[in-house]
Write a protein that binds this ligand. Structure first.
Ligand SMILES: *Cc1c(COP(=O)(O)O)cnc(C)c1O
Ligand code: SF4
Length: 349
């Protein structure tokens, strides 16, 4: 008899699915007790069990290395708490605010920067908290854009999303609604025409930012899910996290960026790995990230170039971290081309 595939959430599920080696059970129990686990059928189907270094498994299957927290790591690595005026809102930059509707995600990424905040035990905003969050946005005329994030906003019901979008769209100064999500990859069937319609607000611009880290995540079903947004007039961007052993070589990273562009998704950010606890085995150096960016610039279309950013610990926001192509050289500028050759540019008059 066929049983409908289910999301793997417990160590026993992982064991039955052949994703938790017998000799690692005790350590993995500890990892799973500390950090949420969820692997949807769509993601499970992508895991190559014959490859011990499978880049999909590395993103979602718990690893004993997560028990190692390094001194620089921090439970709130990007300082969300420092800028949260009311529950669910993070207002760090004047013109845009995050609205975190739920701490629940479809899948839990092992490198998540909010891993101490997300999980299935978390509670979505209550009606009262949502009222307060929307009132805050309505009372701050400088908020031009609201970014729905979480958790993953697209785990919420279509009805609830429609209500939130309708309420945000009623605020005159809010012109843009941006949704950050992993659901088109993790659970493509969830992106129904009704959901797409619920995110569109008359007179406002909706953008969807897909979180994807490897070209293999863009399966046929995931591409169709994204096309439903784009064909409905919702532009898509992507954000990726630079991850050791997942996408930290020029071929893999380039394939990811090209695949996104082929799906009409414009690469937006490549995040340097945040200092989330137990993630040092997945982080690269910044120098390695800059070198990868140089190689992308040298090899691929401008459409395939994300901005490499660091979220500065302590809540100071994101900054582009290079590489740099322009330097001052005595009385001249020195500018580097895509081959790495240097050229002089005349100084200002
Ligand atoms: C990342 C982030 C944003 C969005 O930044 P963009 O550069 O506009 O993508 C907004 N607010 C907070 C608190 C953030 O962490
Ligand atoms: S989907 Fe986003 S918020 Fe959820 S676990 Fe992954 S990185 Fe964290």
């Amino acid at each position: 008899m066929n049983v409908a595939p289910k999301t793997l959430r417990h160590l026993s599920d992982l064991r039955d699915a052949g994703l938790a080696p017998v000799d690692k059970q005790a350590a993995l129990e500890q990892v799973a007790a500390r950090y949420a686990v969820a692997i949807t059928p769509a993601i499970d189907a992508l895991i190559d069990r014959t490859d011990p270094n499978d880049p999909i498994a590395r993103q979602f299957v718990p690893d004993a290395a997560e028990l190692q927290t390094t001194p620089e790591e921090n439970a709130d690595p990007i300082g969300d708490h420092a800028h949260s005026p009311v529950e669910g809102v993070v207002h760090r930059y004047p013109d845009r605010a995050l609205l975190k509707l739920t701490p629940i995600c479809a899948v839990y990424c092992r490198f998540c920067f909010r891993r101490e905040m997300v999980g299935p035990a978390g509670m979505p905003l209550t009606a009262k908290q949502l009222d307060a969050a929307i009132a805050y946005i309505a009372n701050h005329a400088e908020i031009w854009e609201v970014i729905l994030t979480g958790g993953d906003p697209l785990v919420l019901s279509t009805r609830r999303l429609r209500q939130v979008v309708t309420r945000l769209a009623a605020i005159a100064h809010v012109k843009v609604i941006r949704v950050h999500t992993r659901v088109p990859v993790a659970e493509p069937a969830r992106i129904t025409p009704e959901l797409v319609r619920a995110l569109k607000a008359t007179g406002k611009a909706t953008y969807v930012v897909l979180h994807a880290n490897h070209a293999r995540e863009l399966t046929g079903a995931a591409r169709e899910a994204c096309a439903r947004f784009i064909d409905a007039g919702i532009p898509m961007l992507s954000q990726s996290v630079l991850l050791a052993g997942v996408n930290d070589d020029p071929q893999t990273l380039g394939d990811l960026m090209r695949t996104l562009v082929e799906c009409r998704i414009k690469p937006y950010y490549l995040h340097h790995g945040d200092l989330a606890p137990g993630t040092s085995h997945l982080r690269t150096s910044i120098a390695a990230g800059q070198d990868l960016m140089r190689q992308l610039r040298g090899r691929l279309s401008g459409l395939c170039q994300p901005t490499y950013v660091l979220d500065i610990p302590g809540g100071h926001g994101k900054s582009p971290i290079g590489p740099n192509y322009l330097a001052e050289d005595g009385a001249h500028y020195r500018v580097e081309d895509f081959n790495g050759d240097l050229h002089c540019y005349p100084p200002p008059k």
